[in-house]
Design a protein. Structure first.
Ligand SMILES: Nc1ncnc2c1ncn2[C@@H]1O[C@H](COP(=O)(O)OP(=O)(O)O)[C@@H](O)[C@H]1O
Ligand SMILES: Nc1ncnc2c1ncn2[C@@H]1O[C@H](COP(=O)(O)OP(=O)(O)O)[C@@H](O)[C@H]1O
Ligand SMILES: Nc1ncnc2c1ncn2[C@@H]1O[C@H](COP(=O)(O)OP(=O)(O)O)[C@@H](O)[C@H]1O
Lengths: 390, 113, 113, 390, 390, 113
């Protein structure tokens, strides 16, 4: 027994460490996708999110989610906490990425506290955790979601949707019915960030199996990581083929977004599939991204990093997929949980962001956006010595 | 033939270019410069110390026109579309050009424009 | 004294420089600019949307020469080596310079070149 | 027993994860070494290689290499697969790096399929795997090669040689008997990439011990990682001293290539040496790189990242070194395997690349190379806002 | 027993690997903080430090520190060595970072040998290791310092202080009583580097527990990593609030330096605190950085990366904190060790650097500094294609 | 009105700007250029091969002045503060400007400066 305790603790710490690589992962991805004049503020927001969301979860959120610090005894409670804590910031990252290049930092920090201390813990409570609403109509604990297609990615996605509706697009983005293209400023950073996220996903999903200390659980962990990776591969390839088919060019930002879409889609059930199904799930995930990115633009929902397409659309798809491909999992429980999370998270987020916005103005005005959030909010250029071209 | 050199605020370049094209000016050369003038630079922060960036990014447009008609059209287009009314809008300088050659065709002067 | 300003395609700069040096031109100043003209910009792709980059990278060469002999030599060197025959080869503008000073020695005009 | 199964599974997953860091590692190294106008396409190729090679190995290659999915039973078969899969892309990375700045993406993708599904699995079959040609004249299973000095690095190297011979140098690289220097565009990326590769090597070599679950194997793993690291250190220092001695300057690209050369050289036998021998092996490895880089240029074999010098030359050296320094290992078996792999991989690669080239034209033409592969193949600048100097 | 040996070996290798991520961590952090004209040389120095310090420790230092290779038997001696070796370079990194933008590479390399082979091993000997001066007046082994607030960070800090006093500030930094601001050239690299250091810290502190193979030690490791992380979070937030309070702007370099300050401060006792105390310790650590950075500038002690504030000031604070917050730890032993290390390291470092400087001139002259160390020492631009602005 | 174009060494720009401001010159436009002249480029090293960077970074200052008084003041300020005495100090070119417009106010010529 002791040896299992030790092994599962060690494994949770290993998985947690991989997830923390997602902090630089998100930071580099987003810093690469925005214009140089907004890079410092995007990085500041990313660091701030990790700090604030994690501390909020430590002080308040964890007990809301799991009832008490003694929630489990099969591994070190500190390791279990660390693993859970590693998730929190991701939810806010989804939001901050999608509203970047126009959002002020302080109000985002306030929203981070609310998500880290309350909104995310509440969803965890209802799904993976203490399940305080069990046997009420809000009982969505029938959800089968290994590592958070719904709990993390859709939650972040719905919050982001609320934020985008309240904040509106970047100034100048939609003019006279046309979409103004705003290219990424640093493709190596985008690539580095996406690949770090990919690696982090091994910890995210693998660690969510919760144990590695028996033959069965070791197999489950290995299968989970294998399937996670496969879905990423398939998402990249489908994103690649589809953009190439349409434009005869290779668009690496779409390839990487396709991979991330596949990774989100597999997240609900990587331990349950055989080793070939993830190819299909990931490929559809990648295709959904390619299809959704221009769609959101059509509705003038401006999302510089494609977070809605990656996280919300594929969070839903991935959760449904478990119901579709796995006999034992009811697609209705899945649907119920998807809808349940939507009707909880979206209105609460809308209300919170609306309120914050009322007092602190989330959106930088047009002139500030023209000058760049960096100069207004940080007073610091990301690349002061590199001359910016026209 | 005359050369127009205009120093303008960078975020006006699109508008000014569109206006010039509309006025029938077909060619221009643009470059990034830094300006020093009455407009004050903005202050930046670094590790607890504030400092002022004195040179302000500007865009320089160079247009060579063949006659006074186009000269006035160009000047007006720039004046109108580069103006914000706030300090730092920039200046227009006009000078003389003796000869113009289009490299591709060896055409000279008016024909080269 | 005359000033030559030539806008050329960037990948021709090495050839043109070598030709100028061969023609006895010893000094020149070069800068990167963007051009707008008949040549169409290329289209780029980003996240499923295509768009056109309107301003095309060009190189500007500035040479001040002391007399017509060098002027013709320089013009010919540029014309010959910057030409591809395709649209966008660029232009040469010639204007007058009143006075030249070499900072290091205080020499003026012809001696300063 | 079960605990050993668990431990070895966990360890394989740990090692695999480290190797996956080589994906951003190669991507950043190569993105930093090429000119800015080719950065996006280099990154696209790197991501594509990981996706395509891994999926080809999953669908076809693995069974060719190991006969069946049940090849072993001492750890989770999924973990064993993942660890093996992590190697595949590296072989193609060696090729793509060496032909960068002039190769089109689609034909490279086709070649990636062939390597991932057939060429590399074949070599693994003959050396580490099912050994289908045992007791024929092609039996090279006498080879002692822990983690692939020959199996990975020489294989990639011979393929690259074929590719370079077919594609020729970058346009303008060799003019009138002179080598035109084409400097790296982003030294921090080069450094980051090389260091990530270095860390990945701990997983590569350490994981290749295959088990950590007994005292002996734990010692073997630790010794392997120690010796791997030491050879890298010595390669860096020898690269450093040699360039400094000749040019009185510190050339970090050569120092890092020296380190990588040392790492390739140790890869065949890090579990067999005492802790001082790797200093010699690595130092010679570094020196070989410094000597080979200008040599290949003399033969107009244009290799922007030095892959031939690092992987082929040191793959050979490292394989020989085991025969030289370890009594029990016959230098003749080593030689036989080196030659065996060469006569298998080089002609097959040549034929495959030649055929692909015939139908799809691998090489971008001079004008496309002048404009940069990014604008032709990807339609996307890597750093659109940074003004490119003369 | 064997299984414990295996687990502790595996864990040491895991922790070591995380620490090695600090090599790119320091490299990116420093490369981002200096001006573009000094980036290549900073990277060269970072790689060189890892190579030279580690090899010096392998060949000489380790036996000075621990008496013999058989120092322990509870895990593989190679794993124990690797874990210890991973620390060495960090001490020199602290020094090289603080004197960057003005130091020549060769003399730094010589100093690296001395630190890796003698100075650092001596301090380890007196505290964690063989304790050769036990029962003399220099016996500072009463020190309670889990992972090196004093042994690593203060040691590096005192050496740096000596180096700064000898070398003087960057030319043009202090003119007519005013501090000339020299902004960081690449904020994404700064962020990436700091976050990699943060992750490395999990290995640094977690691994220093020395064992994970029992329930108690597993708990201790998990608590250590939790507390380490918490102090980093708190340092970031306190750095953030304090700069925002004073300047109404978000200065990410100070936020990250605050986080690093918090991490240094917790390093002496993360296994001993409850889970809330680290918030206080980290927050004070962050605040100390914000306070110390301008202070050192006032004394014209030019430290481009803030290493004195992060490592020396917080190394002292963190060591004292254990004495303050933990009953069983005597604050007097802590003080004695702090002073002991100071009076050993500072004079020795001063003497060594002074001597090296005498024969090899550490400081680049004003013209070389104007042109940049890269062109003088490396002959290689870090970003040759990016046009440097005014 | 006259236009002064000065090509100087980059590290002199601060000194020169301060001297110009002191001389009462209130506006100037600055850009980065590359120069080719007698000054030799420095050699760089890359992967065991040395090569020479031929174009040397310089800064170009453009100042339009209203009369000869300011012209002389400006020339002297530049000559004095850009000089190092070593090759490559750069040159000053003076030419004629016909008309100046301040975009913000539509003022022309002397008033616009
Ligand atoms: N005398 C001058 N010579 C050259 N450029 C000038 C001159 N005066 C102003 N400029 C350019 O015009 C820009 C705007 O000038 P400024 O004095 O700031 O505002 P305004 O033109 O509105 O009075 C400056 O940044 C500079 O680039
Ligand atoms: N009237 C003009 N004034 C200033 N620059 C011009 C003018 N016309 C053309 N140019 C410059 O010359 C370049 C080439 O001109 P373009 O019309 O594209 O081709 P071509 O010179 O072959 O007719 C342009 O990109 C622009 O930089
Ligand atoms: N004839 C010229 N036309 C344009 N620019 C020139 C000319 N001669 C020199 N320059 C510029 O002046 C700079 C300095 O010239 P150089 O011959 O190197 O030194 P010096 O001016 O001290 O004799 C050059 O780098 C170039 O930018």
């Amino acid at each position: 027994m002791e040896i299992q305790y030790v092994l599962d603790t060690f494994f949770a710490l290993f998985a947690m460490t991989l997830i923390i690589f997602m902090v630089p992962g998100f930071a580099m991805l987003e810093a690469g996708l925005v214009r140089t004049k907004n890079v410092t503020s995007v990085l500041t927001v990313n660091v701030m999110i990790y700090a604030i969301a994690s501390l909020s979860f430590l002080l308040i959120g964890y007990e809301i989610a799991f009832g008490s610090w003694e929630y489990q005894s099969k591994m070190s409670q500190w390791a279990f906490f660390l693993f859970q804590m590693a998730f929190v910031g991701k939810v806010v990252n989804i939001v901050s990425g999608g509203v970047s290049e126009r959002s002020r930092i302080l109000p985002l920090a306030l929203f981070t506290i609310v998500v880290g201390a309350f909104i995310y813990p509440l969803i965890v409570n209802l799904t993976w955790g203490a399940n305080s609403l069990s046997e009420t109509v809000f009982d969505i604990s029938g959800l089968s979601d290994l590592a958070g297609s719904t709990v993390i990615h859709s939650t972040g996605g719905w919050s982001l949707l609320a934020a985008i509706l309240i904040m509106g697009p970047r100034s100048g983005r939609y003019r006279e019915g046309k979409v103004k293209v705003i290219p990424a400023s640093n493709i190596p950073l985008v690539t580095l960030g996406a690949l770090l996220l990919w690696i982090g996903w091994f910890g995210f999903n693998g660690g969510s199996v919760g144990s590695i200390s028996t033959k069965e659980s070791a197999d489950a962990v290995a299968l989970t990581i294998l399937n996670t990776n496969t879905a990423g591969l398939a998402g990249a390839i489908s994103g690649w083929l589809l953009t190439y088919y349409r434009y005869k060019k290779f668009d690496i930002t779409m390839i990487l977004n396709g991979a991330l879409g596949g990774l989100v889609a597999i997240t609900a059930g990587p331990d349950k599939y055989d080793i070939y199904t993830p190819i299909l799930i990931g490929a559809i995930g990648g295709a959904l991204v390619i299809w959704a990115v221009p769609l959101f633009d059509k509705f003038k929902m401006d999302d510089p990093v494609g977070a809605l397409s990656v996280h919300l659309v594929n969070g839903i798809w991935g959760t449904l997929a478990v119901g579709i491909f796995i006999d034992k999992v009811s697609i209705w429980s899945q649907l119920k949980a998807i809808v349940g999370v939507a009707v909880i998270v979206f209105p609460i987020s809308y209300f919170v962001i609306y309120t914050i916005n009322h007092f602190f103005t989330l959106r930088a005005n047009d002139e500030e956006q023209f000058d760049g959030i960096d100069s207004v909010e940080c007073g610091m250029d990301a690349y002061p010595e590199f001359r910016r071209g026209l | 033939m005359k050369k127009i050199e205009a120093i303008i605020k960078p975020f006006k370049i699109e508008d000014v270019k569109d206006a010039l094209v509309e006025a029938g000016i077909e060619g221009m050369t643009v470059s990034e410069v830094k300006g020093y003038g009455r407009q004050q630079g903005h202050s930046e922060l670094y590790r607890g110390a504030e400092y002022v960036v004195e040179f302000i990014p500007k865009v320089k447009i160079e247009i060579v026109v063949s006659n006074d008609h186009y000269l006035e059209l160009a000047i007006n287009a720039i004046k109108e579309h580069a103006k914000t009314g706030k300090i730092g809008d920039g200046k227009i300088f006009i000078s003389d050009i003796e000869r113009v050659i289009r490299i591709r065709t060896d055409e000279e002067n008016e024909e080269a424009l």
